[in-house]
Design a protein around this ligand. Structure first.
Ligand code: UDX
Length: 439
């Protein structure tokens, strides 16, 4: 089948590459000439395990190509995927300008039936707006062409996006046209072989499903963070509690890890946007506000612990900081807890010696030559002449440090761990003080 994907960012590239991988012809379009030039040379602008290779293989096989030419893009595919960004505007609602601009471009250039597929995370009601935008332009062109708009949200996790696309838990297809549902089902056939994963529904429910999934996961995390803070006061260990409740199959073990807060491009943005949508429809979503507030507060927990440990303040102290990305296996620092922490430390007069296996370049891009921030190219370099160690991202390589070395190198012999990486008793055996979350 022939597919056009508008937006060669994270979602667009993964979607395009995976659809090409199973034999489709895919054309990815982006307005960013530099990005498209790079992609044509096989340079992938984002870090996602396996994506580089998949893009190169499919380009070489002639199934995947790139363009900045809108007309060429619209002419190409029966399926026109919209995978452009929906950044939050000042009030937290998703900004639809890029989505609607693509809808208009499709309408300006289309000359036969098209299936327009919303892949971007968009507020409930966006498909109607996309439909209207296309209708308006077609009316201006005095064209009576048929088209359908489908909501087909993505559920990709950074770091395992290819797997999530190739082996999805579910494929949500929101449409009011049964014939279009069948075509989409056929398109997703290769990813739907071992069991039925396609769930078809009306468009608005599909749009809401995406937000509901992310808001539910964010709620689980904030709930655990709330309980972790309580456990600290009660003298309980949240890790025992996590095991205790996770074993209940109605609750489950996933997404109940307490920590220094959730970050990334989805949870913070989507919880805010859903809350905003609720307000627009005259409903006060109390739980969503609480989820967000608990998370904002949680991002300050490590700094609070550090401040309590150093009652005379952190001015002049030097900290090793392990982890900058909002989670492992990505270089993404959007809304990362590390940012709140390192900014607070530096504002308070401390020096931060930071290391992340993937996000150093991104940190440079964000902070440049920020005074008080030292970029370390090796994990070991962070430990030169430091008072304490802080861990913010649970990268695998941080799992088994040499505690003897740490005990020798950390002048204050103290670790602040925002991800509960270690067994407290073990760390203490090395003469180290250990602060974790909720234990
Ligand atoms: C998320 C959704 O999982 C994905 O389905 C959606 O399409 C996009 O948003 P992503 O943002 O890539 O994906 O990251 P995810 O792995 O879900 O983690 C989000 C954040 O929650 C991270 O900061 C992570 O550290 C935190 N987290 C996760 C916890 O603090 N505790 C947990 O138990 C799980």
């Amino acid at each position: 089948m022939k597919i056009t994907v508008f937006g060669s960012g994270y979602v667009g590239l993964v979607t395009g590459a995976c659809l090409a991988e199973v034999g489709n012809q895919v054309l990815c379009m982006d307005v960013d000439q530099h990005k498209i030039d790079q992609l044509k040379q096989g340079i992938i602008p984002i870090f996602e395990p396996g994506l580089d290779e998949m893009v190169k293989d499919n380009v070489a096989a002639g199934r995947l190509s790139f363009t900045t030419d809108v007309k060429e893009a619209v002419d190409f595919g029966l399926f026109q995927f919209i995978a452009v960004g929906t950044p939050p505007d000042e009030d937290g609602s998703a900004d639809l300008k890029y989505v609607l601009a693509v809808a208009k471009s499709i309408a300006e250039h289309m000359s036969d039936y098209k299936i327009v597929v919303d892949k971007s995370t968009v507020p409930v009601g966006t498909a109607d707006k996309v439909k209207q935008a296309i209708k308006d332009v077609l009316a201006e062109r005095s064209q009576e062409l048929e088209f359908d708009v489908v909501s087909n949200p993505e559920f990709l996790k950074e770091g395992s996006a290819l797997d999530d696309f190739m082996k999805p838990d579910r494929i949500i297809i929101g449409t009011d046209n049964p014939r279009t549902a069948e075509l989409l089902k056929a398109l997703y056939g290769p990813f739907n072989r071992s069991r039925e994963r396609v769930i078809t529904m009306d468009i608005r429910s599909a749009e809401l499903t995406k937000y509901a999934a992310n808001a539910m996961l964010a709620t689980k995390i904030s709930f655990m963070n709330e309980l972790a803070n309580l456990a600290e006061r009660l003298g309980a260990d949240i890790e025992n509690v996590r095991h205790g409740i996770g074993s209940d199959s109605r609750i489950g073990y996933s997404f109940i890890y307490p920590g220094c807060g959730y970050g990334g491009s989805c949870f913070p943005k989507d919880v805010k946007a859903l809350e905003r949508t609720a307000r627009d429809y005259g409903y006060q979503a109390e739980l969503l506000s609480a989820v967000e507030n608990v998370n904002d507060r949680q991002k300050h927990r490590l700094f609070e612990k550090i401040s309590t440990h150093f009652p005379d303040g952190v001015k002049g102290k030097v900290f090793a900081l392990w982890g900058l990305a909002f989670k492992p296996n990505t270089d993404d620092m959007r809304e990362a807890p590390s940012r709140v922490l390192l900014e607070a430390l530096i504002d308070a007069g401390a020096t931060v010696r930071a290391y992340d296996p993937e996000a150093m370049e991104e940190a440079h891009r964000i902070y440049g030559d920020k005074a008080g921030l030292v970029y370390c190219t090796k994990q070991a370099d962070t430990l030169n002449d430091v008072d304490a160690l802080i861990i913010v991202t649970e990268w695998k390589q941080f799992r088994s440090p040499d505690f003897d070395d740490l005990s020798r190198l950390l002048k204050d012999k103290v670790i602040f761990d925002g991800r509960n990486m270690y067994e407290p008793r073990l760390v203490k055996q090395f003469g180290l003080q250990y602060y974790a979350i909720g234990r």
